[in-house]
Ligand binder design. Structure first.
Ligand code: SAH
Ligand code: SF4
Ligand code: F3S
Length: 438
């Protein structure tokens, strides 16, 4: 019999990338091997994101183009998972008649039976939440295949309910994986050649607190650092309100912990931060930045920033700009506020006009570009250690990442991929650095 193939397309955040690996494993169990093109696919899975309206609209656009694919291959099965699936549930089957099945963010374990039903021509949707720790036992384990750097999910869901954010509604309540499982997975990864792990969760700083695990996030970091074979540890995402002195101490004590923290500030004015329900003030945030710098002087900060939150005045926005200058983020992800279903902010009066929002976004981008340029130039002439991850942009080049999470391209042999290498930074570029081996 011909091998069945599935094309899995992933949108949105790293959570979805990680879930797509689990989806691939679940589908293997019912006879589907992953493929990279739709031409030989028997099934397409869209693993979707609904964090902003644009992300959601894009999925409907792609589903529309699938009609053409169905003309070519009428037996093609189309499944939608992830956050749009969770948000829409069964109504998605009604809205998109050529869709075969819909599975929510807590339902990956049901995929094998759903695919069997779809193969028999049934249209199914499974999007119920499982809001206790048992859900962790239900997820098919991830593939351990290859790579030098790997993401390891340590928790799922979010309890923070920032007023603009749909994530708590589409990912459910926060739950933490058991420390023993996380550590076992990382040991296995290290045995398979992985050198760097990124611990993943919507808010890693609150790891274990609710679950009553015997260790919290800083303690977990220390245990991960004791695993031999793992040279580098990163984590994502940190909520500023939960950055604690023990976590800051990890940056002083743990050499393997990389000199980078993604610490989304979202806005620079106390008024907007409060409307966003972020749970910290501008000065709380800046104090934590200072403490982290105290523990790790070469640490780089990155951020997420939203402009045009309902009621954001010009003064509020000016405070976001000045905060960017104060922290000197090496990079930031900037977004125009997008009202999302169910969220509190969607009910607020969104009076700022579109053009104004676009202008604010462009101002942020310009300031960020300037700061990134300055920080990159400051790195020229320094010797940094990179973990070599793959082939570089040009022939004969390879690239690696610095501890501060900057990409360095340099001339070097492919055999160095997977190992640590000292490089001298020779030139700055807008989004990366050039270097030479030393
Ligand atoms: N858990 C992470 C990331 C969540 S989503 C955190 O707490 O930081 C990634 C980013 O998308 C957020 O940090 C925020 O900047 C942005 N975002 C979320 N909802 C948004 C909305 N409704 N409109 C615009 N940007 C949004
Ligand atoms: Fe969304 Fe806030 Fe949770 Fe991040 S912490 S996922 S922004 S609700
Ligand atoms: Fe998007 Fe869902 Fe992640 S909404 S950002 S894919 S948690």
């Amino acid at each position: 019999m011909k091998q069945k193939k599935v094309l899995i397309q992933t949108y949105g955040c790293q959570m979805n990338v990680s879930d797509s690996e689990k989806i691939a494993a679940a589908l293997r169990s019912v006879g589907y091997e992953p493929t990279a093109t739709i031409d030989d696919a028997d099934m397409v899975i869209l693993n979707t994101c609904s964090v902003r309206a644009k992300a959601e609209e894009r999925i409907y656009g792609i589903l529309f183009t699938m009609k053409g694919e169905l003309k070519r291959n009428p037996r093609l099965l189309i499944g939608v998972g992830g956050c749009v699936a969770q948000q829409e549930g069964e109504t998605l089957l009604e809205k998109v008649p050529h869709l075969s099945f819909v599975f929510g963010t807590h339902n990956l374990h049901l995929l094998p039976q759903m695919v069997k039903a779809a193969e028999e021509g049934k249209r199914v949707a499974e999007t119920s939440f499982i809001d206790d720790d048992s859900r962790l036992d239900l997820f098919p384990s991830q593939d351990m295949a290859g790579g030098v750097s790997r993401f390891v999910t340590i928790m799922q869901g979010c309890d923070n309910f920032c007023s603009y954010c749909i994530v708590p509604y589409v990912r459910g309540r926060e739950i933490s994986r058991r420390p023993s499982e996380i550590l076992d997975e990382i040991r296995m990864a290290a045995d398979a050649g992985v050198r760097e792990v990124t611990l993943l969760g919507q808010n890693v700083n609150s790891y274990g607190l609710k679950a009553g695990h015997d260790i919290d996030f800083p303690a977990l970091l220390r245990q991960v650092a004791s695993i031999s074979g793992i040279d580098r540890i990163r984590f994502m995402t940190s909520h500023p309100k939960d950055i604690s002195p023990p976590l800051i101490a990890c940056f002083a004590d743990l050499e393997k912990l990389c000199s980078h923290i993604h610490l989304p500030v979202q806005a620079g004015s106390d008024r907007v931060l409060q409307m966003m329900n972020r749970g910290y003030s501008r000065s709380d945030y800046l104090r934590k930045v200072e403490m982290l710098r105290g523990a790790r002087p070469d640490i780089h900060f990155t951020s997420d920033i939203i402009v045009g939150f309902p009621g954001e005045s010009e003064e509020d926005f000016a405070e976001t700009l000045s905060l960017m200058e104060e922290v000197r983020y090496i990079d930031s992800y900037t977004f125009i506020f997008s009202p999302r279903p169910e969220t509190k902010a969607a009910t607020l009066n969104d009076s700022i006009d579109k053009k104004e929002k676009q202008q604010r976004l462009e101002q942020l981008l310009a300031v960020q570009k300037k700061i990134t340029g300055e920080l990159h130039r400051e790195l020229v002439g320094s010797e940094l250690e990179v973990l070599v991850e793959g082939a570089g942009r040009h022939d004969g080049q390879i690239f690696g990442r610095t501890s501060g999470n900057r990409i360095v391209n340099f001339t070097g042999p492919a055999e160095r991929i997977g190992s640590m290498q000292k490089v001298l930074i020779t030139k700055d570029e807008p989004n990366s650095l050039l270097g030479m081996m030393v």
